[in-house]
Design a protein around this ligand. Structure first.
Ligand code: UTP
Length: 410
């Protein structure tokens, strides 16, 4: 636990000492809470305000990238499966579920994983994901460690729900929770806002904060001790996610690459999904809004879209490479927002115009920090049913349909 002196020193190095201005006025409990918040803040994110970060966000030369295709996988499935199963049996693979998001588009007031997609029975998003993992656990005859990343905002609800539901039949000794770090909200001069005398204004630091948060929680050390070498990271949205898929693991291990990313062929050129590419010769992901019309419609010699491999937030990373990456700073994305705050007189102000920045790190930026990342193509109607919205595209409605098509009783 951070002491007052240590907190002061830390804040001093970032020019943010004012967070302790009212410390002397607080009761013991509030003082402890304020120090705990300071400890959980990812101050490195303030580097976003440096011009160097803008350099990091600039794009290099973008070119198409090849993938391990569905046909390649079919041809080598026996070998991939056996390498993957061996790795799982040896405890070399752990899974990381990113569930720290706020799910604003879905508009559900609880953690997204607690959403019930069932129709005639209860079937929660977390339950779908655990059921998917159980298939591999049964096939391999070995439990797989699952680390669930929550945020300060949804941690208690998430942990309580898993306990209440008895971990949906999963082995509780293999389920671990960690809280992602927070990013402070700042005014346009980079000064961190306070919400009250004892509360820092902050929000989850984006899904790219997962690895540093895992390290900081002490869980990475435990995973390594148990023999883990690879982490399969996936999001909470996709109810058809195949987790710790032996074929995927086998293909990436066999390839000798540092990482792999599951991809699906885009449904249409204008589909709003990030695509894998090469950027200055290294693997990368370009977001749909960064693509020019020419790139969107560009075709290769075979007539297929040149940038057709959309990412589905299912990655396999080697832990040793992640540790290497973690020594470097990740690009930080800044959004201008209306941030309620306490002014210098201690009054709470709700602004009507944007008055500062919020920050986020994105997991997709990790790909370009690798020397190699294999796009691994999967069938979208078997493995991709994201729930972002209540209805329409990528919604509860579209996911229910896909679940049924895949034999899941709703
Ligand atoms: P999204 O980009 O869909 O964000 O997250 P979101 O906050 O969940 O949803 P919207 O945009 O507000 O509707 C993709 C994945 O990354 C996780 C989410 O839980 C989801 O699995 N995530 C996102 C985090 O774990 N932490 C974050 O800070 C943000």
């Amino acid at each position: 636990m951070l002491t007052y002196e240590k907190a002061k020193e830390l804040l001093g190095s970032y020019g943010q000492e004012h967070l302790l201005d009212f410390y002397g006025e607080l009761g013991a409990e509030e003082q402890t809470s304020l120090l705990a918040q300071i400890e959980k803040i990812d101050f490195s994110i303030l580097a976003a305000l440096d011009s160097k970060n803008n350099e990091a966000l600039k794009r290099g030369k973008i070119e198409p990238i090849g993938a391990v295709t569905i046909a390649d996988i079919e041809k080598n499935s026996g070998e991939y499966r056996s390498v993957g199963i061996d790795a799982i049996k040896a405890g070399k693979v752990a899974a990381v579920l990113l569930a720290g998001g706020q799910g604003t588009r879905l508009g559900f007031d609880k953690p997204k994983g607690m959403y019930n997609v069932g129709v005639t029975r209860e079937l929660f998003i977390f339950e779908c994901l655990i059921n998917n993992m159980m298939k591999v656990v049964n096939e391999a005859g070995a439990w797989i460690h699952l680390c669930v990343m929550t945020s300060e905002k949804n941690h208690d609800d998430t942990v309580g729900f898993f306990r209440e539901k008895n971990f949906f039949g999963y082995n509780a000794d293999y389920v671990h929770f960690f809280v992602q770090d927070m990013a402070p909200s700042v005014d346009f001069d980079g000064r961190i806002y306070m919400e009250s005398k004892s509360r820092i204004s902050s929000s989850p630091n984006g899904n790219g904060g997962w690895f540093s948060s895992l390290v900081r929680s002490g869980l990475l050390a435990e995973l390594k001790e148990s023999g883990a070498e690879w982490l399969n990271v996936f999001g909470v949205d996709n109810v058809l996610a195949k987790i710790a898929d032996p074929l995927f693991i086998g293909a990436i291990i066999k390839s000798g690459a540092q990482s792999g990313s599951k991809v699906v062929a885009k449904s249409a050129p204008e589909e709003r999904v990030g695509v894998m590419c090469l950027e200055d010769g290294k693997p990368s992901i370009v977001e749909y809004y960064e693509m020019t019309d020419e790139m969107v419609n560009q075709r290769g010699d075979d007539g297929a879209l040149a940038y057709k491999y959309g990412v589905i937030l299912n990655y396999l990373f080697s832990i040793s490479k992640l540790e290497d990456i973690n020594k470097r700073s990740m690009p930080v994305h800044t959004v201008d927002k209306k941030i309620p705050y306490m002014d210098r007189n201690g009054d709470y102000i709700v602004p009507s115009e944007p008055n500062g920045h919020k920050f986020e790190k994105l997991i997709l930026d990790m790909i370009n920090m690798h020397d190699s990342c294999i796009p691994y193509e999967v069938m979208r109607d078997r493995e991709f049913a994201p729930i972002k919205n209540p209805d329409g595209v990528d919604s509860v409605v579209s996911a229910r349909k896909l679940l049924e098509e895949n034999g899941v009783t709703l």
